[in-house]
Design a protein around this ligand. Structure first.
Ligand code: 2IT
Length: 450
């Protein structure tokens, strides 16, 4: 390993010992940058890596709100404004009970490289709260969002930081957050948040963008091997916004999602999650109770395997982990490798532990694609939303979809090219890290020390 990278990794570990998720992503990204760092000795002189791993700004704030029984609750809000060398900070807000600084920092670090990979003018950030909307009434969610934005509004703006959704923050939450922002600043400053409903300045196709984009990326991977989506069978985890978008697009393009896993176990539907009835049922099931997917099996008379993940099933062509971080550890990675399934396409943020990812990448029969490239279409359409807001126009679904396809193809091509340039062969994981890093590095070097 390059001595400069080793030193920065050791210093980062010493400084952030209580942040395991953050250290995991820093290690994953930095260890794949070796050939670039070797080729650019000037980066060490400019302390470039030390600057990249340290967020430009970390904001923590108190959020006090009242539940339906008039009880007060105190939660913690976060925004880690990681890097704005390429444009305004951009990245989602996550509302979930396990949110802490380590998780928000790992997401913000990943977001910086992901946003750079899109080649759009956006920097990286992430935020959220340890508040979970699950089991809360609509009124409680609204009051929480308003309380969150009452503090948060002073840190964002269309040219400063444009947050959006992530786990636990969907269209409803963005609506309440943006509404409160608009009331406080007294202006229809649309570009201060993305993921808005189309009726309040949102972009058409934003809810579908991450899932659709993942399938567009997968299509490029398959094309590389002379294959297509027609007849393809997919096993995935997660059936949130992103998972649902994947199911819909795979169905449209003639493939089938035959396995999907939720927190309670996995579903095996040999006919695939296809057609309006099944896709709509998934939406209803999730809205009623996001923790259980068994009702799908009861409704459509298919198999449900309780308490298990579907990694390792053999009768599919692609695995797509689209749930939460560290879904696939070494134990599951071994089952994935043994199955002989040829594609492992990460979708959720950091779904694989570092040892499992390294192990999967060593498997000669397996093509591995990284989430920071595969799921980048969500934030890309968020940026298209900012662009439409700046021009006070709406693009049509066809216009947005065409841009989505072009952006995802470009991300795939740039990743392939970056890995080849540094003699790493067909390595989509290192290629994405290098291509994203290079964009941020060029902008930081051009802007001088700050
Ligand atoms: O992980 C992600 O890229 C997101 N949650 C979306 C961020 C955004 O600004 O749309």
């Amino acid at each position: 390993m390059n001595a400069y990278i080793e030193r920065v990794l050791a210093e980062t570990k010493a400084k952030n010992a209580n942040e395991p998720e953050f250290l995991q992503t820093v290690e994953e990204v930095l260890s794949s940058l070796e050939p670039v760092i070797n080729a650019h000795p000037e980066y060490e002189k400019a302390c470039l890596l030390e600057r990249m791993v340290e967020p430009e700004r970390t904001i923590e704030f108190r959020v006090v709100w009242m539940d339906d029984n008039l009880q007060y609750h105190v939660n913690r809000g976060y925004r880690v404004q990681y890097n704005a060398a390429l444009g305004p900070y951009k990245g989602g807000l996550r509302f979930a009970s396990n949110v802490n600084l380590s998780i928000i920092k790992f997401l913000g670090f990943e977001q910086t490289f992901k946003d750079a990979l899109t080649c759009l003018p956006i920097g990286g950030a992430k935020g959220g709260s340890d508040f979970s909307p699950i089991g809360r009434s609509d009124g409680e969610v609204m009051r929480f969002c308003q309380a969150f934005m009452t503090e948060f509004h002073r840190h964002i703006g269309q040219d400063i930081d444009c947050p959006a959704g992530d786990v636990g923050v969907g269209g409803r939450e963005v609506g309440y957050l943006y509404g409160q922002y608009r009331r406080i600043v007294g202006a229809a400053e649309f570009g201060a948040m993305s993921g808005k409903a189309v009726c309040t300045g949102g972009s058409i196709l934003r809810p579908e963008a991450t899932g659709f984009g993942a399938v567009y990326y997968l299509r490029e991977v398959l094309k590389h091997d002379g294959k297509g989506i027609e007849g393809l069978r997919v096993a995935m985890s997660g059936y949130g916004n992103v998972g649902w978008g994947i199911m819909k697009k795979i169905d449209e393009l003639g493939g089938k999602v035959t396995y999907f896993a939720g927190p309670d176990g996995y579903i095996h539907d040999p006919d695939g999650v296809c057609g309006e009835e099944k896709l709509n049922f998934i939406l209803e099931m999730r809205a009623k109770d996001p923790m259980h997917c068994k009702p799908y099996a009861d409704k459509f008379g298919v198999e449900f395997v309780e308490g298990q993940k579907c990694w390792g099933v053999k009768d599919v062509d692609v695995y797509m982990p689209a749930a939460t971080q560290n879904d696939v550890n070494m134990e599951w990675a071994k089952k994935i490798a043994e199955s002989g399934v040829p594609y492992y396409i990460e979708v959720g943020n950091m779904p694989t532990t570092n040892d499992a990812l390294a192990f999967l990448m060593e498997q000669k029969h397996l093509t591995v694609a990284p989430s920071k490239a595969v799921n980048a279409c969500g934030v890309s359409v968020s940026e298209l939303e900012m662009a439409q807001n700046a021009q006070r126009i709406y693009w049509t679904a066809e216009e947005v979809d065409a841009k989505m396809e072009a952006i995802m193809k470009n991300i795939y091509d740039a990743s392939v090219e970056a890995a080849e340039r540094y003699g790493l062969g067909y390595n989509l994981v290192a290629g994405a890290n290098i291509a994203g890093f290079q964009k941020v590095a060029d902008a930081m070097m051009a802007q001088g020390i700050f």
